[in-house]
Design a protein around this ligand. Structure first.
Ligand SMILES: O=C(CO)COP(=O)(O)O
Ligand SMILES: O=C[C@H](O)COP(=O)(O)O
Ligand SMILES: [Zn+2]
Ligand SMILES: [Zn+2]
Length: 339
């Protein structure tokens, strides 16, 4: 099956951790961006992770519907079928879910997967993210500790965010503030609250200056070395090397060195969205400008159907986004890594 089973997802993450590589986790918002991501993983001969944000899930349900549960389940169903054509395996994930969206996103999806597992089937999603970064650490960990036994029982993995990712998604005032850098104390509190795997598997976005989106050089100061320090100090306390399986948010615009450093400190999943959105759209813009008189009906002219057929510019968009995904797989070291 092209969608990772729970055991296969665990095996993917374990292999990445042991092998010193990470998987791109690509945000998708449509059948075309989903196929583009799958094409990119196939080109790189890489397994991968495909995810929907709250906004992306709503968009999947139709821009006039905006229902995150309908959109998420539609995405998962479509992915289960279309992934059969690519020869790689992907895990399905839901991205940042803040407290005010739990009731309309992660909780109903979790309940739907609990019913699937009770019926002897795999969960709809391999993992869900709870994003408590806007809450106090205590509240963040309290809710995470409530969710963890449920995701574990549903054969899923929980992603948590300890610290905060900057950028428009978290509404940070500026790209650099102290919340963007997780402390050892916060990491230790996470282990106290969630255990080290014995209460259920979780992956952790410890933040090291991460910012969603792409900014001019100098605005974002990634400090992946704090991951090394946290892994060392918490690992020493637990007697376990690199105790956290880490998630790198805000992957777009990151340098190869920053990515390599973060992966060497235990990152197994890097989220990428802004760069892939641009990669998808850039050829569409070119197509429209180059075929101005074909895509527009001007002065009674009927235009040229072969230029405004969505499959024409859509194929170019998919190809371009696929190339960006394949590049991410190569940068992260997952290229050539398939179960
Ligand atoms: O972190 C992300 C999704 O959760 C993606 O961030 P970018 O848009 O910066 O790649
Ligand atoms: O986490 C942020 C991702 O980039 C998704 O954001 P989005 O709401 O634009 O899809
Ligand atoms: Zn966040
Ligand atoms: Zn993110």
């Amino acid at each position: 099956m092209p969608i990772a089973t729970p055991d296969e997802y665990n095996a993917m993450i374990d292999a990445a951790k042991a092998g010193g590589y990470a998987f791109p986790a690509v945000n998708v918002t449509s059948s075309q961006t989903l196929n583009a991501a799958l094409q990119g993983f196939a080109e790189a001969e890489s397994d991968g992770i495909i995810q929907v944000s709250t906004g992306g899930a709503a968009f999947w349900s139709g821009s006039s519907v905006k229902n995150m549960v309908i959109g998420s389940l539609a995405f998962a169903a479509f992915a289960r079928e279309t992934a059969k054509g690519y020869g790689i395996k992907v895990a399905l994930h839901t991205d940042h879910c803040p407290k005010d969206k739990l009731a309309d996103f992660v909780l109903p999806l979790l309940a739907a997967s609990e019913a699937e597992v009770k019926a002897g089937r795999d969960p709809f999603f391999n993992s869900h993210m709870w994003d408590g970064s806007a809450e106090s650490l205590e509240e963040n960990l309290r809710i995470a500790a409530e969710l963890l036994p449920r995701t574990a029982a549903a054969k899923q993995i929980l992603e948590v965010e300890i610290g905060a990712v900057g950028g428009e998604e978290d509404g940070v005032e500026n790209a650099i503030n102290e919340k963007l850098y997780t402390t050892v104390e916060d990491a230790l509190a996470t282990i106290d609250a969630l255990g080290a795997g014995e209460k259920g598997r979780y992956i952790t976005a410890l933040t090291f200056g991460n910012v969603h989106g792409v900014y001019k050089p100098g605005n974002v100061k990634l400090r992946p070395e704090i991951l090394k320090d946290i892994q060392a100090q918490v690992g020493a306390k637990l007697g376990k090397e690199n105790p956290f399986d880490l998630v790198f948010h805000g992957g777009s615009g990151s340098s190869e060195q920053e990515i390599a450093d973060a992966v060497s400190y235990g990152v197994i999943k890097m989220n990428i969205d802004t760069d892939t959105q641009y990669a998808f759209t850039r050829p569409v813009a070119g197509h429209m400008f180059q075929n101005y008189d074909g895509v527009l009906k001007v002065d009674g002219e009927v235009g040229n159907k072969k230029t405004y057929d969505p499959r024409v510019w859509g194929a170019a968009a998919e190809k371009s986004m696929a190339a960006r995904v394949a590049e991410a797989a190569r940068q992260l070291g997952s290229a050539g890594k398939k179960l």
